[in-house]
Design a protein around this ligand. Structure first.
Ligand SMILES: [Ca+2]
Length: 128
């Protein structure tokens, strides 16, 4: 049983597993959601609240796999700049191969999409 937590911006859940980014997205899709989109301070606060392992890194649903340097939300939401959540010096795309994003503590860092991380799934109903 998936215990979604309801917020004004949608429903979030940490199903407690860890996976590479695409596997994590698949696990979120399997329960009717997708990797979480974090666009506002409120959404960031909700995301951090839902984490079961707050000292670990978590995938957010963003990647620049398609075009280097152009991040997109897997949810299809608009990517808006500037992003206030990047850690200093990020996104740094170390070795040119870091196309996924983890939230570690409260800030974002680019990592390789094959890295295994915790993740938050989000479900946004048509009517909340
Ligand atoms: Ca990149």
């Amino acid at each position: 049983m998936v215990r979604w937590q309801k917020f004004a911006t949608g429903f979030l859940v940490d199903i407690g597993s860890q996976a590479s980014m695409h596997d994590a997205q698949a696990q979120c899709l399997a329960i009717g959601g997708g990797l979480a989109t974090v666009q506002t301070q409120a959404e960031a606060a909700n995301f951090m609240l839902v984490r079961k392992s707050p000292s670990s890194g978590y995938y957010i649903g963003a990647t620049d796999e398609t075009v280097e340097g152009q991040f997109k939300w897997l949810s299809g939401a608009n990517w808006t700049e500037p992003v206030p959540f990047w850690a200093p010096g990020q996104p740094n795309n170390t070795l040119g191969t870091q196309d996924c994003v983890e939230l570690d503590g409260q800030l974002w860092y680019t990592i390789e999409c094959s890295e295994v991380r915790h993740f938050i799934c989000e479900y946004v109903p048509l009517i909340v």
